[in-house]
Design a protein around this ligand. Structure first.
Ligand code: GLA
Length: 681
């Protein structure tokens, strides 16, 4: 097992604490309440630049020291944020050019947050000066457990289009391409006569007339993500130079809807992967998205323990309809993150703000105070998390299945001029993840750099852009025996967004044994039907349906598992299988449409049977997550029942949450969670 980056003990139960919003009388109640709730770590200082540097070079660290001393005395450790997300108003006044400029050339105004250009020299100069002062003041404070750089870097300010950003972008392009000819080739500037004579002639992809050069936009996305990582590195280097033993991280935003930063690259720069996750309130089964994001976060941390830096006790306030969590939902969410590898779970925020933009966002201490459901549930949850101390440091059980997830491929799907607006990369991946989740199968969602050959099965879902290197790696794994499942619009273009010619999906065509000659996307709301052939009698449905997409494909070395039955594609292959790729290879499966959930469940079920993928435990019931964490000499089975019905899990051991011992069939009440220390590891 790897050494643990966090100095604190047990599984962390924490919250972001913003005492600067409260008077001293209120603050004096906070720490006793934290102790009552079992809080073991708080994040401090996230938005406190203005309170710590009240004017240019005028610092006030006294209040923060007082809070840290008191927390330490109460046994609560501190995740200390560098407050660089929100520069103070005096700095904007002195450097108005520091503000963000959007795509249309408008410089953004006051009143919100993170409104600074990532390439601004003034911002960096002041931010790094403050980081150095903060590290000198608190780098050796006994409460300090970890540094937290900025806040959700790039959340609102990834893409700035000002002249300073333009200059930085040109420099980044010079370093990437060396010569302008190479850039012209990569960007395909022969199309629409866009040839550049000099790097100095290139602008960021500002608002323009119609469809925009996709490679130009893609490189701006790469540049902008790299800028955020460079800003992190600059702060980290200062923190490390002053307090070399304190780990450093920042809170990622691994969610379904935020794609702007390449966390696959960023993860290599942090000592501990930390994530913020909020439920999508519109989604009645949002626990599925949580599971997918937690698996992605674990994939980023290479299966080492990670930290959930923020989630909410109940509703947020930034979605169209902010749905309150139901009783027990916060507990299930918290334990689901821990099940999937988190060694700590924290809330935004400790006390619900009385004013400001986020006053209707839930917190541990709500507006109504401590005689509330939220408070009672939080206190009970703190006690439950404390009982899980021995789980700390174990890792999720070795998954047999990997889904490859790539940020650059995600960006590439968002570019102009594609066959349909209905294609969604995250929907494709989540559909397969959900089908596996329903079978109780553990999945690692991994970046392209991961070692794929250790998995029994690899899934490539909607991975539109694929480098030669990744394609080679996938093919190599399959030739050595890994089973492969690929869904439509994968492996279509290379890293420059140039199409792999000769029939789609060019990067994997030979391995799959198919050749797609034409995309035939569907109208909104339209569906296609498919008939299952008799090749795989184990497929649970005879007729399958899909939406969004279809295509005209031919089998070269594969055979059809299902064929289209609609008139336009009548009898053409829809889902194909190549039984074995080479003498020792695995099978290669291809799905050419977006399958409806029951159809996908049937195909994924058959794929798992062929690939011999087994669930973590046998479950009787539906909407139940089962996932295992394992240490050198012990294992823990987490069972989470999201349904209103009782379920049963086949396992034996002791429930850490209740102390009950079970010998085989474990009942799981509606909405309940069990964490079973298994009888045999
Ligand atoms: C993010 C931020 C927090 C807060 C929450 C609200 O995660 O980091 O400061 O705005 O969202 O959900």
């Amino acid at each position: 097992m790897h050494s643990h980056p966090l100095r604190s003990e047990g599984v962390i139960f924490g919250a972001e604490y913003n005492p600067e919003q409260w008077d001293l009388a209120t603050q004096s109640q906070d720490i006793p309440l934290m102790v009552e709730a079992g809080i073991t770590m708080v994040t401090l200082g996230t938005f406190a630049w203005g309170a710590l540097e009240t004017d240019d070079g005028v610092y006030d660290f006294k209040w923060l020291r007082r809070v840290m001393d008191r927390l330490h005395a109460a046994g609560i450790s501190v995740c200390l944020a560098t407050p660089t997300a929100c520069p103070p108003m005096w700095l904007y006044h002195a450097h108005p050019e520091m503000a963000m400029t959007n795509r249309t050339g408008v410089r953004l105004g006051q009143g919100s947050r993170q409104n600074w250009c990532p390439s601004s020299p003034a911002y960096s100069r002041y931010a790094l000066r403050l980081v150095g002062r903060l590290a000198e003041e608190f780098g050796d404070h006994p409460a300090l457990a970890i540094w937290h750089v900025g806040n959700e870097m790039g959340c609102h300010n990834t893409f700035c289009f000002c002249e300073r950003s333009a200059a930085d972008f040109r420099q980044w392009l010079r370093e990437r391409y060396g010569t302008i000819d190479r850039l012209n080739h990569a960007w395909g500037t022969a199309f629409w006569g866009q040839y550049f004579r000099d790097f100095d002639h290139i602008d960021p992809p500002r608002e323009t007339t119609t469809l925009q050069n996709s490679a130009h936009r893609l490189d701006f996305a790469r540049f902008s993500s790299d800028r955020q990582i460079a800003l992190y590195d600059a702060e980290r280097d200062i923190l490390k130079s002053i307090a070399p033993d304190v780990p450093v991280t920042t809170n990622f935003m691994v969610t379904e809807h935020i794609s702007s930063i390449d966390y696959g690259s960023f993860a290599e720069h942090v000592d501990l992967v930390a994530n913020d996750h909020y439920l999508i309130a519109d989604d009645a089964q949002s626990w599925r998205e949580l599971a997918f994001c937690a698996d992605r976060t674990r994939g980023l941390s290479d299966n080492r323990p990670w930290l959930l830096m923020e989630h909410s006790t109940s509703a947020v306030n930034w979605q169209p309809r902010n749905i309150a969590k139901t009783p027990g939902e916060m507990r299930r969410n918290t334990l689901a993150h821990i099940a999937r590898g988190a060694d700590g779970v924290m809330f935004f925020q400790w006390r619900q703000s009385a004013f400001g933009a986020e006053k209707y966002h839930s917190a541990v201490v709500p507006h109504a105070g401590t005689e509330t459901r939220i408070w009672d549930e939080a206190v009970a949850l703190g006690a439950s998390v404390a009982r899980l101390a021995e789980v700390r440091g174990t890792t999720a059980d070795t998954a047999q299945v990997a889904i490859v997830f790539d940020y650059e491929a995600w960006w590439a799907t968002q570019l102009d001029g594609h066959p349909t607006v209905d294609f969604s990369y995250s929907t494709e991946m989540r559909s397969i993840h959900s089908a596996l989740l329903d079978r109780g199968i553990a999945v690692d969602v991994v970046p392209p750099k991961a070692d794929l050959s250790k998995y029994s099965a690899v899934v490539v879902a909607g991975l539109y852009m694929m480098s030669q290197e990744l394609a080679d790696k996938i093919v190599d794994a399959v030739e050595r025996g890994t089973h492969l499942l690929v869904t439509y619009f994968s492996g279509i273009v290379d890293s420059d967004d140039h199409v792999w010619l000769g029939g789609y999906p060019g990067a994997l065509r030979e391995t799959l044994g198919v050749r797609v000659e034409e995309f035939t996307p569907l109208r909104a709301g339209e569906s296609v039907r498919m008939q299952v052939t008799d090749r795989h009698p184990g497929v649970a449905e005879d007729e399958l349906t899909g939406s969004v997409w279809a295509e005209r494909l031919r089998n070269t070395t594969a055979e059809s598992l299902a064929v289209y039955s609609d008139p336009a594609l009548d009898g053409a292959p829809a889902i194909t299988v190549r039984d074995a790729v080479g003498p020792t290879g695995g099978s290669a499966w291809y799905i050419s449409t977006h399958l409806a959930p029951p159809s996908l469940a049937a195909v994924v079920g058959e794929f798992c049977r062929v690939a011999r993928i087994r669930p973590a435990a046998r479950v009787r019931g539906s909407h139940v997550e089962v996932i295992r964490r394992r240490g050198d000499d012990r294992s823990y089975l987490f069972a989470i029942n999201h349904s209103p019905k009782e379920a049963f899990v086949d396992a034996a051991g002791t429930d850490l949450l209740t102390g009950e011992a079970f010998t085989g069939r474990i009942p799981l009440r509606p909405g309940d969670v069990r964490v079973i220390r298994e009888a045999t590891a």
